[in-house]
Design a binder for this molecule. Structure first.
Ligand SMILES: Cc1ncc(COP(=O)(O)O)c(C=O)c1O
Length: 380
């Protein structure tokens, strides 16, 4: 029985050629990018080239790109770094109830430190509202952090409108673009985004590297202390093989964006057509016209997440009940709770399927058949 991976929003396999591109860097670029000798200069050159390519991928310049260990660190750095550096301008932060825990838990820590945090609600379709944001924005607001794409529902948030609204406000605009990067065209300067988070392992790059873009005008305190790397914003010896892997994965996703989006939309269709033909009861969570191609979140009335995931796994199908960080625990999804209310059965009977490099039309169809028969069995 073929194991079928439908959990690319948790992490993705490495794209073709990425491991092969990293090996010569491990073997041949042995210097520390901070060293002044020839080995160090060679490492610095390679790091700068990767930094430049990644910065260009979002319309930024290389001075604005800080390498991190991934999305979590970038989110922490954006929130804590900006909050601590902007205390003279105010102490109000706005985010939303459906953010990834890397943002939510950081915001909660800042609240304990004395910052005032407003958590915007989302509607039943999984969207934050510009009107809600406008209403809570004050002269005291220093940061607004709203994710680009929700990792459980795939719903694309009104990022351009938020950027426009904040253009002439002192508050910086941070967006966690982990689930958007490589699928949606991003130009941080045109979209008035001041800070943006991305991570390599969701796009076919290595785990353990990401970046935070921070516009040159943003003042930010470091959250770790040590050397002067990354323009004194993030200490520690840089991971050059991972930066090269990230750069290549980024080039691949940008070049193949249109074709992949089309392919993944087809996979969504195969899944829902199969469920409809099988006559099982299901509903899609989130505004279907406003989701990324890779993620579809489906509620199966009369079932529960634990039984579904365990049976899917036994049949060789890997999916998730939401954020990978909470998978394994049986807490209802905080995202679906925000959309439907905490007591709604949807919060405990919904599954996130996410497509990527490990999929073909055939294996998606095969997975859909297995899922449909499991749901039929569990609800009969
Ligand atoms: C929206 C979002 N933000 C942040 C993260 C964390 O990224 P990383 O695993 O690179 O720390 C994830 C990963 O699940 C995510 O989906």
């Amino acid at each position: 029985m073929e194991a079928i991976y439908l959990d690319h929003a948790a992490t993705s396999p490495m794209a073709k050629g990425v491991v092969e591109a990293m090996i010569p860097v491990y073997e041949g670029i042995i210097g520390n990018a901070s060293s002044v000798h020839s080995f160090g200069r060679k490492a610095r050159q390679q790091l700068d080239a990767s930094r430049q390519a990644l910065a260009a991928s979002i319309g930024a310049n290389e001075k604005e790109l800080i390498f991190t260990s991934g999305g979590t660190e970038a989110d922490n750095m954006a929130l804590v770094g900006v909050a601590e550096a902007s205390q003279d301008k105010g102490n109000h932060i706005i985010t939303s109830v459906q953010e990834h825990h890397a943002t939510l838990h950081t915001a909660e820590k800042l609240e304990k430190q004395g910052f005032r945090v407003t958590y915007l609600p989302v509607n039943e379709k999984g969207l934050v509202s510009i009107q809600d944001l406008e209403e809570v924005l004050t002269d005291d607001t220093i940061l607004v952090s709203i994710m680009y794409v929700n990792n459980e529902t795939g719903v694309i948030q009104p990022v351009a409108e938020i950027g426009e609204l904040l253009k002439n406000h002192q508050a910086y605009f941070h967006t966690d673009a982990v689930q958007a990067y490589g699928l949606i065209d991003i130009n941080v300067h045109e979209q008035n985004i001041d800070l943006l988070t991305a991570t390599a392992h969701k796009i076919g790059g290595p785990k353990g590297i990401g970046f935070l873009y921070a516009n040159e005008k943003v003042s930010m305190s470091p959250i770790q202390f040590g050397g002067e790397q990354e323009r004194k914003r993030r200490p520690g010896t840089e991971n050059i093989p991972a930066a090269v892997g990230f750069e290549l994965a980024s080039n691949i996703v940008l070049e193949t964006k249109a074709a992949r989006n089309q392919q993944y939309q087809k996979y969504k269709q195969i899944l829902t057509d199969t469920f409809t033909e099988a006559g099982i009861d299901f509903a899609i969570n989130g505004e279907p016209g406003k989701t990324v191609s890779t993620i579809i979140n489906i509620s199966f009335p009369g079932t529960n997440v634990e039984a579904l995931l365990a049976n899917f796994d036994l049949s060789g199908v890997a999916a998730s009940s939401g954020s990978a960080c909470t998978a394994g625990s049986i807490e209802p999804s905080h995202v679906l709770s925000a959309m439907y209310g905490p007591d709604n059965p949807v919060t405990t009977n919904s599954i996130r399927f996410s497509f990527g490099l490990a999929n073909t039309e055939d294996n998606v169809k095969e997975a859909a058949d297995r899922i449909a028969s499991i749901v039929k069995r569990l609800t009969s």
